[in-house]
Design a protein around this ligand. Structure first.
Ligand SMILES: [Zn+2]
Length: 275
């Protein structure tokens, strides 16, 4: 998504913003007219990502953070293309080129204008300043992440999902990484060897890299879609959503357990619960 957006909006100047549904900017507390006024005339200097957070970097140290929620899509559409049924926000540019549109059926997603603040040699929106680097970040330190992970006193999967330590790992990636490293999701982090900690973080990186590689293929069209990585979900998952199917390593049926209103999928033979 970041790569697709970068190609279409970086270097362009926002002319006007039209908020078609107030819910899409509910995180921007000063409201719709403030939202539009703060964005008009700004130059998009880049599109950045940290973990699951995506933002447009704007002139004068402002950021437009995009939350896509479960169903949000950012589309690049020619001016005059018919409005989508669930169009929530429209961004027009001064060059009269393609518009950026936010379409969201359920409107769980939306935007927020935020200040950029310096955090450890990076410039981050204030709302994102507590989020750790993701393993794809050139400045990510694996040894530091291993140390921080083993210093925690929690269950391994909770620690992997805690975005302050390592970012970008969601429920699906966590289950896949735990299966690759042969670790049960309830393993206490303070009883994890440095070798196993490194293994599970490296596995998470591999899973994310594979997903990003697959997602990249759908960005050549003038259509930037949050679901671009769905091909990966269909074909490459070892455990997530595979309940009852044989483990690709040992043939044991994959099991599902409830986890924080969601599920954990694992192989009961390869990933034994710590005694
Ligand atoms: Zn197995």
């Amino acid at each position: 998504m970041r790569v697709g957006l970068d190609a279409h909006v970086t270097g362009r100047t926002i002319a006007a913003v039209e908020v078609l549904h107030p819910r899409a900017i509910r995180r921007h507390l000063p409201g719709a007219s403030d939202f539009s006024a703060r964005l008009a005339g700004r130059v998009v200097s880049g599109v950045r990502r940290r973990g699951k957070y995506l933002w447009l970097e704007l002139s004068e140290e402002l950021a437009l953070i995009a939350h896509l929620g479960m169903s949000g899509q950012l589309l690049v559409q020619p001016e005059g293309a018919p409005d989508e049924k669930h169009l929530r926000v429209r961004f027009r540019f001064t060059d009269d080129g393609p518009e950026l549109r936010f379409v969201d059926q359920r409107t769980f997603g939306g935007f927020l204008v935020d200040e950029l603040v310096p955090v450890e040699e990076a410039l981050l929106p204030a709302a994102v300043s507590h989020i750790g680097r993701d393993p794809m970040d050139p400045a990510f330190s694996l040894p530091a992440a291993v140390t921080a992970l083993r210093r925690k006193r929690t269950e391994l999967k909770r620690a992997l999902l805690d975005q302050t330590l390592v970012s970008g790992i969601g429920n699906i990636y966590a289950d896949e990484a735990l299966w690759r490293a042969r670790l049960h999701w309830t393993r206490p982090t303070d009883r994890l060897s440095a070798v196993k900690a490194r293994e599970v973080l490296t596995a998470a990186t591999e899973v994310m890299r594979a997903a990003l590689g697959q997602g990249g293929t759908s960005f050549d069209a003038l259509y930037v879609n949050v679901n671009g990585q769905s091909g990966y979900f269909d074909r490459s998952l070892a455990v997530y959503g595979q309940e009852g199917l044989p483990c690709g390593r040992c043939g044991t049926a994959i099991r599902r357990e409830p986890f924080m209103n969601r599920s954990s999928f694992f192989c009961p033979r390869c990933q034994r619960r710590a005694a």
